[in-house]
Design a protein around this ligand. Structure first.
Ligand code: AMP
Ligand code: MG
Length: 334
């Protein structure tokens, strides 16, 4: 079985990844959110191959990753002042801005939208590669469309290793969920399209309290952002969500004992009433940042462990917890 070659963080490997990318090859690389499947955003055939490799529908636009502001200006001729303010506050970091696109940006990249999604990632290795490649990189999450996003190089290898040539291993992702997407393309409106590591409150605070609106969730027919599809980030194993604090005694297991797994937000105290279940937890303490970091990795691990059903305890619904609940709702949708 062919597998992708793994590159590391040496200067030689960074130069090699950058050269491959400039020449139009696809390279999976680490970012602080999740691993991305990167390709030269200026090359139409490369952009097309990203969709093909992921099995991603062409209606689902890609995020372009940049190293500096001059690359933003290549993609967006007239950057709104609000975008400058947000970039100042959060870049490099887990924030994607939806901006009016420059005429030369390909419709394939933007799925025909008059807007383009742009992000300046913070991961040091991603930044070195972007700088050396000296081209903007289109990079959706490095997973087959609809499946759980990858948060380490092994995840990429196991699901795309036969379809791509190179993976840059930068260790586990620090944030663990995809970037927060903010649409600033409509004057006078700031819209949160996808919750992520940065919360709506943090965005609003950086803009001195300007309101940030959340458009009503769309379903499949006309997604503004496919991260907004009802079903996404999904394991193959049926997944049921349980309210915070109600795991496990309230769950009537539909499957034979032992075959369902339950996944708590924090390490449960030893509890004699629940020994029949296989127990897992996202985090020792239940800290939201830790849950975020391990969210997709734990879902993958349990999905591959042969359980008939996975029960997941929801995190508390405030701050980053809302972003995690968003991902879990989509993972559980059928
Ligand atoms: P992924 O990179 O797989 O996490 O997905 C990228 C996300 O950015 C998707 O949900 C896209 O729909 C969203 N996105 C990219 N470009 C645009 C755009 N022009 N307008 C709205 N959303 C976008
Ligand atoms: Mg994705």
């Amino acid at each position: 079985m062919p597998t992708a070659s793994i590159l590391g963080e040496s200067d030689d490997h960074v130069r090699m990844a950058a050269r491959l990318l400039r020449e139009g090859e696809l390279v999976a690389l680490p970012t602080e959110t999740v691993y991305g499947l990167a390709g030269n955003a200026r090359l139409e055939t490369t952009v097309r191959s990203i969709f093909t490799v992921k099995g991603r529908p062409l209606i689902d636009p890609l995020i372009v990753h940049v190293h500096d502001f001059s690359q933003v200006e290549e993609l967006c001729a007239d950057v709104p002042p609000i975008a400058h303010q947000l970039a100042e506050a959060f870049w490099p970091g887990p924030l994607t801005l939806i901006l009016p696109k420059a005429p030369q940006v390909s419709d394939l990249l933007t799925a025909g939208h008059p807007t383009v999604a742009v992000r300046m990632p913070a991961h040091p290795l991603a930044r070195r590669i972007l700088q050396a490649a000296d081209v903007p990189l289109a990079a959706p999450s490095a997973n087959p469309f609809g499946y759980i996003s990858p948060t380490c190089a092994e995840h990429v290898q196991e699901s795309l290793g036969e379809r791509i040539g190179w993976i840059v291993d930068g260790g586990p992702c620090q944030k663990g969920i995809e970037s927060t997407i903010i649409d600033v393309s409509t004057p006078g409106e700031i819209r949160l399209l996808r919750p992520g590591p940065l919360t709506g409150e943090q965005i609003s605070e950086a803009l001195n309290g300007l309101p940030v609106t959340t458009p009503a969730a769309t379903s499949s027919d006309k997604p503004v952002a496919p991260g907004m599809l009802t079903r996404h980030y999904s394991p193959h194993t049926p997944l049921t969500l349980v309210p915070n604090g109600q795991l496990p005694p309230a769950i009537p297991p539909t499957a034979p004992e032992g075959s369902s797994a339950w996944l708590a937000t924090a390490r449960p105290r030893a509890d004699a009433s629940s020994p029949a279940y296989t127990r897992y937890w996202f985090s020792e303490t239940g800290a939201l940042e830790d849950i975020s970091q391990s969210l997709f990795g734990m879902l993958r691990k349990l999905d591959q462990a042969g359980h008939s059903h996975i029960y997941v305890e929801l995190p508390p619904s405030d701050g980053l917890g809302l972003s995690l609940i968003d991902r879990l709702n989509r993972a559980a949708a059928r």
